[in-house]
Design a protein around this ligand. Structure first.
Ligand code: PEP
Length: 250
């Protein structure tokens, strides 16, 4: 794994009840106490953010929101703000997940505004980008990443603060077909070029599991993983942590 400390973020999407999340935390927190070489975050559904912060505040696992709105307050029924997330102890927010882009019609501009709002309010944005299979097949990978990332970079150029990009090719999310380690590394290389020396982490997402996480995260341009399906069960979550933290847990 080299000397980097990988970041593993669990995206629970619309899964887990309060009872099952509580059980997950109770089983995972004592094990994680011995993990020194992996940074961890969990993104539960919004209704469970407060509860998750309470349960995880004594552990090193951070809590991330799956979404956030860019306005501070006002007539925006169904939304929540960066300040409200900060108030309950959330430290990161996923913005522009492909499910938000495709199902809820979020635009590149919405995503860029959300990333800016996060930095202004002291949240770390986890900005999701990635191409469809059609775009990849048509040789559009670099153009898509340029379009998605550059707009974000323009919106945040005057702001400091930690940023994370998650490269999540649409054809790999929830499909069981991960990008190869080489494909992920190439795409991350494109993103780092766009970042032009601004410090950031670039993590990979799309059908990551215990079997492939180590190979992908070992690549030079890959700083960690954003994981959906394989992060839901305690056993598979801990298997991935163990893969990334090998010597520590063995
Ligand atoms: C995701 O939703 O961010 C994701 C990567 O999902 P999965 O791991 O299930 O492909």
């Amino acid at each position: 794994m080299g000397s980097k400390k990988p970041l593993l973020i669990a995206n629970w999407k619309l899964h887990h009840s309060k009872a099952s999340a509580g059980d997950f935390f109770e089983r995972v927190v004592p094990v994680i106490a011995a993990v020194k070489h992996v940074d961890l975050a969990i993104a539960p559904v919004a209704l469970m953010l407060d509860f998750s912060v309470q349960k995880l505040c004594k552990s090193s696992i951070k809590v991330a929101a799956q979404n956030v709105f860019y306005e501070e307050k006002g007539a925006f029924t169904g939304e929540w703000s960066v300040a409200q997330l900060r108030e309950i102890g959330v430290s990161m927010a996923i913005v522009g997940h492909s499910e938000r882009r495709s199902i809820f019609k979020e635009s590149d501009s919405d995503v860029a505004k959300k990333a800016r709002a996060c930095l202004l309010g002291g949240l770390t944005p986890i900005i999701c980008v990635g191409e469809s299979l059609k775009e990849r097949d048509e040789g559009q990978l670099e153009a898509v990443l340029n379009r998605q990332c550059q707009l974000v970079m323009e919106h945040i150029k005057d702001l400091d603060g930690e940023i994370i990009f998650a490269y999540e090719p649409l054809w790999a999310i929830g499909t069981g077909r991960s990008a190869s380690a080489k494909e992920a590394d190439e795409a991350h290389g494109i993103i780092f070029k766009i970042l032009d020396k601004r410090p950031a982490k670039v993590i990979y997402g799309g059908s990551v599991k215990a079997d492939n996480i180590r190979e992908i995260v070992a690549m030079p341009h890959v700083d960690g993983a954003l994981v959906g399906g394989a992060s839901l069960q305690v056993e598979s979550f801990l298997s991935m942590v163990k893969e990334l933290n090998k010597n520590e847990l063995d």
